[in-house]
Design a protein around this ligand. Structure first.
Ligand SMILES: [Zn+2]
Length: 345
């Protein structure tokens, strides 16, 4: 089968497009003919070093994906050949302390597609049946694939961790990125007030068109001061961020007393000043989060029914143009997700 795979670690020269062996479907697994996937920041991390993530080379890239069920066990009850599905990327053990208490996203033996095991930028992927979910009506394969990682991550951060409520205000940093954009969509969909930041005026305009209430240009404005102005001096209830060190200080200063900050990334650095006095005196809560549970994905998919949420696709690439797509991701030039069309839709 045709696939995008790593032959080493470095720049795009280690990213190849070519033939890899078809996956062998095991008992209890579903063979999926992938139609589309989208890129995530971790794809760049895997290309650059993959340090700390056990994997073997050559390694097929791609964490999310969507396609058509090709083959299942004879006694499979819920999944049938021909069904359009999206993938939950984590293969969990079902037996560890965390799986057994109902938080498989914390599984101590979690194997993620495109990280610990071969990924989705391939014509076929075989995963346990528990990892496939029907695509909500009205979404194409690229949009659907984004739900399984990007929107799931934002969902857990906003609703499970920070417990955002419809009458609250959330400040979303770096709105050009996929997860921040997903958070903007999801927060608006429950009626919350959303303030977004970006250094790019065009991205701020796009976010306002998508329903964001206020936009702060972080290249010209002091974000914390502006966030306080926009909330009558009170501060926001929730900060949603994955930028890290570059914004951490202003993120903490933007929060109301007792406010919550939730983070899933640190692209600008992971060792900001902690500002502990502010954290305890103002009784702030800091949440770390990554991905989400299958149960949260099911909630998200139910919420997406009827076209309520449609992931924003920045641009589409064929597998042969993977280098261009990775360049665009690395430059941060995108607004929304970069889709890789693995097969014709
Ligand atoms: Zn487990």
């Amino acid at each position: 089968m045709k696939a995008v795979f790593l032959t080493g670690h470095g720049g795009n020269e280690v990213v190849s497009v070519g033939e890899r062996p078809d996956p062998q479907r095991g008992p209890g697994e579903v063979l999926v003919r992938i139609k589309a996937a989208t890129l995530n920041r971790v794809d760049l991390y895997m290309r650059d070093s993959g340090a700390g993530i056990t994997h073997t080379l050559p390694h097929i890239m791609g964490v999310d994906g969507a396609g058509i069920v090709e083959e299942v066990d004879d006694d499979e009850r819920l999944v049938t050949p021909g069904m359009p599905v999206l993938l939950y990327p984590g293969v969990t053990c079902g037996r560890c302390e965390f799986c057994q208490r109902g938080e498989p996203v914390l599984c101590s033996a979690m194997k993620l597609l495109g990280e610990h095991r071969d990924g989705t930028l391939a014509e076929f992927v075989s995963v346990p049946a528990a990892n496939v979910f029907p695509i909500p009506e009205g979404l194409d394969f690229a949009e659907a694939s984004a739900l399984g990682v990007n929107h799931l991550t934002a969902w857990r951060m906003l609703f499970t961790k920070a417990r955002l409520r419809p009458w609250e205000t959330v400040l979303v940093f770096g709105v050009g990125g996929g997860v921040s954009l997903a958070a903007t969509q999801l927060a608006k969909s429950i009626g919350a007030r959303v303030i977004v930041t970006s250094r790019d005026a065009a991205k701020l305009r796009r976010a306002l068109e998508l329903g964001a209430d206020e936009a702060i240009d972080s290249s010209t404005d002091d974000v914390a001061r502006r966030a306080l102005e926009l909330t009558g001096g009170r501060g926001v209830d929730v900060v949603f961020e994955n930028v890290g060190a570059a914004v951490w200080g202003s993120a903490l200063k933007s929060l109301v007393r007792g406010g919550r900050i939730v983070t899933c990334g640190a692209t600008s650095g992971d060792q900001p000043g902690a500002d502990l006095r502010r954290v305890f005196i103002r009784q702030l809560q800091i949440f770390g989060s990554t991905l989400g549970d299958p149960s949260e994905l099911r909630e998200l998919l139910n919420w997406c029914a009827g076209g309520r949420i449609r992931p924003v696709i920045d641009s589409h690439f064929t597998m042969d143009r993977i280098h261009d797509a990775l360049d665009r991701l690395e430059a941060g030039a995108q607004f929304g997700k970069l889709a890789i069309e693995v097969a014709e839709a």
